[in-house]
Design a protein around this ligand. Structure first.
Ligand SMILES: NC(=O)c1ccc[n+]([C@@H]2O[C@H](COP(=O)([O-])OP(=O)(O)OC[C@H]3O[C@@H](n4cnc5c(N)ncnc54)[C@H](O)[C@@H]3O)[C@@H](O)[C@H]2O)c1
Length: 252
């Protein structure tokens, strides 16, 4: 796909990896539909995308809410003239051991924490992927969907909810690659390792230091390194149904 004047929607585009993707793709001439629950953050993303020479518009939407997602994707197509790419990037963390015990059980991961992560990181990916596919099929120009999974999809301690959702996102990309190829739509996933954003800045410093020491590259990734991979997957028309690992060589 040549990105010039193509409409690419990015969920969770208000900050972090989503913002880096918006700016990177705007530089390549894409028109960015930024989707997030945080209007103020989205406005800053749109400003930076415009500064990079591109065009961007913001759409307030909770990706876990079916009606909001349906309305948002219709609005994007109407306002921006089509839809060619989607990056399912919105995500949250609610980490904790499933069961914590010391001389007896101390705590359990709450159903609320389980459900919140599944709602945003898995149901949100399904809903946005589904609506994007509807509009891409109707548009008749094909398209490309990218799910932002995680190295945690392999199963990370303290992340029952997150690991399950991220494994699901990777698997959905494979399903969609098979189901949607007949319409000229590709689907892939990216599994980032530890990337320097607010999400990882929230980790305890000791945990962060220990984790960085274990990365063969001996550093965290930069948001632009994920944005670069997003551009590659959008642009290369023969890559589909794959999970690209961008993790400095780390294995969990
Ligand atoms: N940072 C990392 O090291 C890392 C590693 C692997 C995977 N990831 C994944 O990459 C994605 C982006 O991570 P990040 O570090 O930029 O996170 P971040 O917390 O900095 O940004 C996430 C964005 O998603 C938005 N968001 C949250 N819930 C939403 C909802 N219900 N609807 C719409 N938007 C919502 C937030 O407002 C925020 O703007 C996430 O899916 C995350 O799981 C990140």
């Amino acid at each position: 796909m040549n990105l010039t004047n193509k409409v690419v929607a990015i969920t969770g585009g208000g900050q972090g990896l989503g913002r880096a993707m918006a700016v990177y793709l705007a530089k390549k001439g894409a028109k960015i539909a930024v989707i997030d629950i945080d209007q103020e953050h989205m406005e800053e993303t749109c400003r930076l995308a415009a500064e990079a020479g591109g065009e961007a518009a913001s759409f307030v939407c909770n990706v876990a809410e079916e009606t909001q997602v349906e309305e948002t994707f219709s609005a994007i197509v109407q306002q921006m003239g089509g839809l060619h790419g989607l990056v399912n990037n919105a995500g949250i963390l609610r980490d904790g051991l499933m069961v914590k015990a010391k001389d007896g059980v101390i705590s359990k991961m709450s159903l609320a924490h389980w459900q919140a992560v599944i709602d945003v990181n898995l149901t949100g990916v399904f809903l946005c992927g589904r609506e994007a596919a509807v509009h891409m099929i109707e548009g008749g120009e094909g398209g490309c969907i990218i799910n932002i999974s995680s190295i945690s999809r392999a199963g990370n301690m303290g992340q029952s909810n997150y690991s399950a959702a991220k494994a699901g996102g990777a698997s959905l990309a494979v399903v969609w690659a098979k189901e949607l190829a007949r319409y000229g739509i590709r689907a892939n996933a990216i599994a980032p390792g530890f990337i320097a954003t607010d999400m990882t800045a929230g980790m305890k410093p000791e945990a962060l230091e220990k984790m960085t020491a274990g990365i063969p590259a001996k550093r965290m990734g930069q948001p632009e390194e994920i944005a670069h991979t997003v551009a590659y997957l959008l642009e290369n028309d023969y890559v589909s149904g794959r999970v690209v690992e961008v993790d400095g060589g780390l294995r969990l």
